[in-house]
Design a protein. Structure first.
Ligand code: DGL
Length: 294
């Protein structure tokens, strides 16, 4: 019987970063199928203006929704920052999960010193969506806690992660120059607020160890977003039947890219951490510019 439950989950990012989230989804929800869209023709989103990113997010979502999906994960902080509200408005009948709220909740609960740092793209940091979300959560959860926030844009981390320059002198110098201002703070929790940054986790951790007098916990969006997705699917009775044997991971994800597929595989395998199916090329839908003012 073909029901809505059996439809795949749609996941999109500007390129490969969302694969760090996709990996976590496949691990937590081994019976689910995924269609992953990498908007590789228009990457990076991180340095673009809010309206442009919102329009790109609407285009990417429309493409996935036309493929037939039961839920949508925006596996990109920049697209979540600029596009989440517009997408929820445009598609009220499909659950849409962004990456900012789940990891913010985790940070609010985890910080002991009441000091959290957020690193992300220029777009994510300038949107101030993390401070707004953390403030909302403090109110919503009725927590008698104040949290000092530090925000740092780290635009060079995206090309370093894509090029595979993850360790050594260059990434260490870049990390030091971005993160050094934190040594004057009591930050004990740092949100990797870009889905590319988990690739640089070791270098970021070593840098923080060398400048901070106490341990700093690094949080990425992958696990918390997958847990939220699992919760939403079960709440809406949209989770697939888990009694049968799950398919191998590689067979559960279909990949779509908006630029030429060649070149995607090597980087994608690194970000995903395992073999993937060959991506299919798709043309992004541009006609919903009418939605650009949402
Ligand atoms: N992975 C995207 C994010 O989480 C950023 C990459 C880009 O600049 O396109 O914000």
């Amino acid at each position: 019987m073909s029901t809505k439950k059996n439809l795949p989950i749609g996941v999109f990012d500007s390129g490969v970063g969302g694969l760090t989230v996709t990996r976590a989804i496949t691990e937590l929800l081994p019976h689910e199928q995924i269609i992953y869209l990498g908007d590789t023709a228009r990457v990076p989103y991180g340095n673009r203006g809010a309206d442009t990113v919102r329009r790109y997010a609407l285009n990417a979502s429309k493409l996935l929704i036309n493929e037939g999906i039961k839920a949508l994960v925006i596996a990109c902080n920049t697209a979540t920052a600029h596009g989440l509200e517009a997408l929820k408005h445009a598609y009220p009948n499909i659950p849409i999960i962004g990456v900012i709220s789940p990891v913010s909740r985790e940070a609010v609960m985890r910080t002991e010193r009441g000091a959290v740092a957020i690193i992300g793209t220029r777009g994510t940091i300038s949107s101030k969506c993390y401070p707004a979300e953390i403030q909302n959560l403090l109110t919503q959860l009725n927590l008698d806690k104040t949290i000092a926030l530090e925000q740092i844009a780290c635009p060079l981390f995206v090309p370093l992660a894509e090029e595979g320059w993850l360790q050594g002198e260059v990434p260490e110098k870049v990390a030091m120059s971005y993160l050094e201002p934190l040594k004057k703070t009591s930050v004990d929790t740092l949100i990797l607020g870009c889905t590319h940054y988990p690739m640089l986790r070791d270098t970021i951790a070593v840098t923080l160890d060398s400048i901070m007098p106490h341990h700093v916990t690094l949080l990425d969006c992958a696990q918390s977003t997958s847990r939220d997705l699992a919760g939403v699917l079960s709440e809406l009775d949209l989770a697939r039947d888990t009694t049968s044997q799950p398919l191998p991971t590689k067979e559960r994800i279909r990949f779509l890219v908006t630029d030429e597929p060649s070149g995607f595989m090597t980087t994608a395998i690194r970000f995903f951490g395992g073999p993937i199916q060959r991506p299919e090329h798709v043309n992004i839908i541009m006609e919903d510019d009418t939605n650009a003012d949402l």
